[in-house]
Design a protein around this ligand. Structure first.
Ligand code: ADP
Ligand code: ZN
Ligand code: ZN
Length: 732
């Protein structure tokens, strides 16, 4: 038989598919093959009777690497869809489908010695064969009789080695190697704990979803409306019917606390796929799913590749979260992948969010997804009141600080009442804009209506969409003031100020600097939830997922920052962030309040966010998107050129840009925008960065994307790396 094998070479720019000879292998098996005289890992993707090459020269597969088929035919089908859709290489796609440690044979199943009884005799019969004074031996036998086979180390510890040895010699017990699974949070065994009786709204949501087992749904429920309980109830129901489920959550909400809760609720039927687990745990959780020992996979975006069969439901919580779109190789869109898998399996797909992405809500409005609304919080708790504080007024009154007088007052009240506060700094992106602190005017591009970015190196303002450059302002064109703010405040600075204002109050800080490791992230949150500090200061990391009963005040220090970010998603992101942060406040009995500081209090995004009026915001923003033909009314494609040799990048870009310009000439209505430029982030990790930005009309995307991919594939320079991103979430 001839087998086509994808040879797994890292950092390879093309697919290496080669034919090998062999007998009795199954497609999807990982195998060891001889490649350029080296034993190399690969995956069989096809079986055929003839090769197009000279069969006498084909080498033979050395051996299979696992005693199971690692990649099912459906996953291969998914892989081939992803290759076409995202322009990926086979090796990169297949790597997503198996735990990293499986490659290079770096991890194996763990087997441990277990002790068990040899005979099936009754306990009395066995005991009668032992001396009455051999207490340890008698205890050991009784223990094994009651508990079944047990780890040798436990037996040794409890009953001592000599008793064990004696019983082995008598042939009463024996030892054998047994595979044990490294299960995270294994000690937690409270199957079915933590269930709520559903509210009518929740029950309706569950019923609607379960009434169409192949449906596509969007659950739009305000923060605190009890979406999680809806997901878990659906999962329970589907698993009870003998099917399996995948639930995806943003990495950041996979806190130890949440993982424990899942284990309590689902026991060993849930497998957790999480980067915070040890390599052994990750591998074993994957195997438990693969072997059908666990039916529910929960994890961050890569859990969409969980090795499950017979899937009944795929659920994506916080659907709008940008972490669902992978922005490094291999790039993919999790919701699209989930949709494809759900289609293969005849499963339902449920997306949920308090602030759905505009594209998703638009799809729901057009009937592509069934929309389910949960407009109220559990127990009808009111949403927090949001006070918008006009920081330009504060400036005019002479307060040039970070804290408005309102926020200072609210903080003092909160601390006095013994409650907790969260202060939030909005620091997305790395670039800074220029803003008049008197009137809130922000410098924008004349051609694109996107915010200009300050480039300090050459002291210019630049548009990241069209590349146009402007002089740095010395006077505000609106109010003639010369007081500008650029750059941003840091969390460190905020903590120092708080320490001065409230010397007796304990303040915790959480941002990228304080959370280098996964545990430190969890530790800070746990410490805060135990009430060890009264104020938590953080970046968007504190925006979602966490449920702190004692938090009654949320302060957003710089509501403008991401609003003036240079991409078209900025407004949507700001709305999502403010709504999510505000949702942290007043989750318990006490009503929460939110103070939102801004230099542009009239901005529609902030007005809608203050009222937590998603639908109002959606209607306003979708009109703008339509008028300016931004997604979902078009698709943005970015081709990124990176390399250590700047001139090579430029040459490659210029050549490919010429080809794309020809494509544009042939398809004049399809290209709504096309330009080439240096990336805002000019150089990263020694690599120069350039890009071509394209905006395609929606109806031309499927036709033109393969042609754009083909142009990228025509790359000539080995020193340049070319990649294509569809709907990039980050244009740095
Ligand atoms: P969301 O995910 O929509 O923001 P959560 O799922 O976090 O909301 O639920 C908010 C709170 O309400 C949680 O503390 C949860 O335990 C609680 N809760 C959810 N459903 C119920 C219910 N049916 N009865 C009582 N409490 C509930
Ligand atoms: Zn001004
Ligand atoms: Zn511009």
């Amino acid at each position: 038989m001839i087998y086509s094998v994808i040879v797994d070479l890292s950092a390879s720019e093309v697919d290496h598919i080669f034919d090998y000879k062999g007998e009795g292998y199954v497609v999807g098996t990982r195998v060891l093959v001889d490649f350029r005289n080296r034993p190399t890992e690969g995956v069989i993707i096809e079986e055929k009777s003839r090769s197009d090459y000279d069969e006498s020269k084909l080498k033979t597969i050395i051996r299979a690497l696992d005693d199971f088929v690692a990649i099912s035919p459906r996953m291969l089908e998914l892989g081939s869809f992803m290759r076409r859709q995202y322009h990926l290489h086979w090796a990169d796609v297949l790597r997503l489908f198996i735990p990293a440690e499986m490659r290079g044979n770096r991890i194996k199943s763990l087997s441990r010695q277990q002790i068990c009884l040899v005979t099936n005799d009754s306990l009395d019969t066995i005991l009668s064969s032992l001396k009455p004074n051999a207490t340890m031996q008698r205890d050991l036998v009784t223990f094994l009789y009651l508990n079944g086979s047990t780890l040798a180390e436990t037996i040794n510890r409890e009953f001592g080695n000599s008793a064990l040895k004696a019983l082995k010699q008598k042939g009463i017990v024996s030892s054998q190697d047994v595979v044990v699974r490294r299960i995270p949070y294994k000690d937690i065994k409270m199957y079915g704990a933590g269930k709520h009786i559903l509210t009518l709204t929740q029950q309706n949501a569950v019923d609607t979803v379960l009434s169409d087992r192949k449906g596509r749904f969007l659950l739009h429920g305000v923060t605190g409306s009890g979406k999680t309980e809806v997901y878990l109830t659906i999962i329970e129901k589907i698993v009870a019917e003998g099917k399996t489920c995948i639930m995806l959550v943003p990495e950041i909400s996979l806190t130890p606390n949440m993982l424990k809760q899942l284990r309590e609720r689902f026991g060993d039927t849930v497998a957790l796929l999480h980067s915070g687990l040890s390599a052994g745990e990750r591998y074993d959780e994957w195997l438990r799913l693969k072997n059908g020992e666990a039916q529910i996979a929960v994890g961050a975006r890569s859990a969409v590749f969980a090795p499950l069969t017979n899937i009944g439901a795929i659920i994506i919580d916080e659907e709008h979260d940008s972490s669902y779109i992978s922005d490094f190789n291999p790039r993919y869109n999790t919701a699209e992948v989930a949709d494809f898998r759900a289609g293969q399996e005849g499963a339902l797909l449920l997306l949920g969010s308090a602030t759905p992405s505009l594209g998703t809500y638009y799809a729901a409005c057009r009937g592509k997804l069934k929309l389910i609304e949960m407009p109220e919080r559990i127990n009808k708790q009111p949403l927090p009141t949001v006070e918008i504080v006009d920081m330009t007024l504060e400036t005019r009154r002479g307060n040039k600080g970070i804290f408005s007088s309102v926020l200072k007052e609210r903080l003092a009240e909160t601390i006095k009442a013994g409650n907790q506060a969260m202060l939030f700094l909005n620091r997305r992106g790395y670039s800074s804009f220029m803003m008049c602190t008197k009137c809130g005017y922000v410098a924008k591009c004349e051609d694109c209506d996107v915010t200009l970015t300050v480039h300090r190196e050459d002291n210019r303002l630049k548009c990241h969409y069209c590349g146009k450059s402007y002089y740095i302002l010395d006077k505000c064109p609106v109010c003639k003031s010369d007081s500008f703010r650029q750059g941003r405040i840091g969390t460190q600075q905020v903590v120092e100020l708080l320490n001065k204002m409230f010397p007796d109050v304990k303040v915790l800080r959480m941002d990228a600097d304080t959370t280098q490791t996964k545990e430190s992230h969890g530790k800070i949150l746990e410490s805060f939830s135990r009430g060890e500090a009264q104020i938590l200061v953080g970046t968007q990391m504190i925006a979602k997922g966490h449920d702190f009963a004692k938090v009654t005040l949320v302060g957003i220090l710089d509501g403008d920052q991401s609003l003036h970010h240079e991409d078209y998603l900025a407004t949507e992101r700001t709305f999502q962030l403010i709504t999510q942060v505000a949702g942290r406040s007043g989750r318990d009995k006490d009503k929460g309040s939110v103070v939102l500081q801004t230099y542009t209090p009239g901005h529609y995004c902030l007005r809608f966010a203050a009222k937590q009026d998603y639908i109002g915001f959606y209607k306003y923003e979708i009109n703008i998107r339509q008028a300016s033909s931004f997604p979902p009314f078009s698709e943005i494609v970015r081709i990124l050129y990176t390399g250590e040799k700047e001139q090579d990048c430029i040459d490659e870009l210029v050549e490919q840009n010429a080809a794309i310009t020809n494509l544009k000439t042939d398809n004049p209505t399809a290209f709504l925008y096309l330009d080439k430029m240096r990336c805002p982030l000019k150089r990263a990790e020694k690599q120069y960065r350039f890009q071509i930005l394209i905006k395609l009309s929606k109806d031309s995307v499927n036709r033109l994307i393969p042609q754009i991919y083909a142009i990228c594939d025509s790359k000539k320079r080995r020193t340049v790396h070319v990649s294509v991103e569809r709907d990039p979430q980050n244009l740095s």
